[in-house]
Design a protein around this ligand. Structure first.
Ligand code: ADP
Length: 450
């Protein structure tokens, strides 16, 4: 059993990990930049270490600073949360070289899945259905144009190192190809230091369906159903739910087994998410995230499990605490991501919180690091909280979401809460009838957000 773990993150996810550790009787170490001295994760952890100035590159992304914090405090393992170093294979390598444990997958699995071309190739070989497209990288514009004709427009050009919606461009026709190809390459180069791109058929009305998987690193793996994360702005999720309103029990069991078998086959350890586009009853793999996702609480709600606890358990070499047969779905859960952003353009809106009140009651979970008087620093992500509701069925969860949003008070900064009030009034959202483009169209029509 670990005695002490270090949480290499900030904000709500750092609290999430600290909470799980505390319930397991494990001591926690928070790390923070000078901008986060007063942050909730620092207050909540048993110990804290300042690891650098506000800039993330010099603090939350500084591998030497984080390793030093481990050595000073005697922490034996590191939980990376999501974002920052959570999918950095080199970080995992350095942790292991120092005789510490990374709470997550192996460096090798992170490397394989972090390169989208290799990931797709690996998944294809493991029997996972993929989006039709190029075999590997596409080095020249001529080749891209030839493939565009062969696959059939529209197509999407994606940077193999891309993430967070960056490095992806759609070409509607061969006339668009040159610009899309060059832009995707340039974005790959400038954001991820790698200009290799590949091409996929662009699906016009898919849903984003992702399967939560979990492995023990010894060839055992399970799936915890799907999340529907189709409501997106600029390829970023804003509203997530489980189970998916369009997925039947048979489809869930079938694709879930394909995913669990795939990761069992490679001895995957820890939590992972296999992302698909889903159109006309077919699943098409797009990528695998080798970490805990922001939206993991909806899965926790319907399965009644603590995914962070499981991550810590398997990192210690313990077995998972459930089998596939024991994982049954109970009700429906929805999460909304609350950002400190000003509508209609979603401009970041950091500042001081003059009043904060979290909603409560049956089936309500608020994961947030806010408190009265807290100042949101301008240096990091604008996510300030996740409101998760759980009901016996989807209508109950929707009603609960509306009720809980009404109780939430965040004064002092602008937030995306009004967006959710408006969305809940939409018939398509009420009925779950949406695809990955629905929200962008809605924003354009209702807020003039282009
Ligand atoms: P990232 O790593 O940047 O998150 P993903 O490959 O996961 O990129 O894709 C993010 C989103 O981009 C998807 O949820 C979907 O909305 C859109 N997308 C990706 N590939 C396609 C495709 N082939 N057709 C249509 N939309 C796509």
């Amino acid at each position: 059993m670990f005695n002490k773990i270090l949480v290499a993150n900030r904000g709500e996810i750092a609290l999430r990990v600290i909470r799980a550790a505390r319930e397991m009787g494990i001591q926690t170490v928070a790390v923070h930049s000078t901008a986060d001295s007063d942050a909730m994760h620092v207050r909540m952890a048993d110990e804290s270490v300042c690891i650098g100035p506000p800039s993330a590159t010099q603090s939350y992304l500084s591998i030497p600073a984080i390793i030093a914090a481990c050595e000073i405090t005697g922490a034996e393992a590191i939980h990376p949360g999501y974002g920052f170093l959570s999918e950095n294979a080199n970080f995992v390598q350095v942790i292991e070289d120092h005789g510490l444990t990374f709470i997550g997958p192996t460096a090798e699995h992170i490397r394989v899945m972090g390169d989208k071309i290799t990931a797709k190739d690996t998944m294809k070989k493991l029997g996972v259905p993929c989006v039709p497209g190029s075999e590997g990288g596409v080095p020249t514009l001529e080749e891209a144009k030839r493939l565009g004709e062969a696959i059939g427009y529209p197509v999407i050009i994606k940077a193999t190192a891309g993430g967070g919606g960056k490095g992806m461009k759609v070409a509607q026709s061969s006339e668009d190809m040159e610009k899309a190809f060059r832009t995707a390459r340039a974005e790959g180069k400038s954001n991820f230091g790698n200009d290799e791109v590949y091409i996929e058929k662009y699906l016009t009305t898919p849903r984003h369906i992702e399967i939560q998987v979990f492995g023990d690193g010894k060839g055992n793996a399970v799936h915890l159903g799907e999340r529907d994360c189709s409501l997106q702005r600029r390829h970023q999720k804003v509203f997530e739910e489980a189970p998916g309103p369009a997925i039947s029990a048979e489809e869930r069991a079938r694709i879930g087994k394909v995913c669990a078998d795939a990761i069992a086959n490679i001895n995957y350890i820890g939590a992972g998410t296999i992302e698909f586009l889903y159109e006309n009853g077919e699943f098409y793999f797009i990528e695998m995230n080798t970490r805990l996702q922001v939206e993991h609480p909806v899965t926790e709600a319907i399965f009644g499990v603590d995914l962070v606890r499981e991550q810590i358990r398997v990192a210690e070499g313990l077995p998972m605490s459930f089998t596939q047969d024991e994982l049954t779905i109970n009700g429906h859960a929805i999460e909304v991501r609350i950002n400190a952003e000003k509508l209609p353009n979603f401009a970041p809106c950091p500042g001081r919180i003059t009043q904060y009140h979290a909603p409560g009651g049956l089936g309500v979970r608020m994961d947030s690091a806010l408190y009265d008087g807290y100042s949101i620093p301008p240096y990091y992500d604008s996510l300030i909280g996740k409101l998760i509701v759980h009901g016996r069925d989807r209508p109950e969860a929707m009603a609960r979401l509306g009720r809980a949003l009404g109780e939430l008070i965040v004064d002092g900064v602008e937030t995306t809460v009004p967006l959710f009030h408006a969305l809940l009034a939409e018939a398509d959202v009420q009925s779950g009838d949406y695809n990955i483009h629905w929200l962008e169209h809605w924003l354009e029509t209702n807020l003039g957000d282009a």
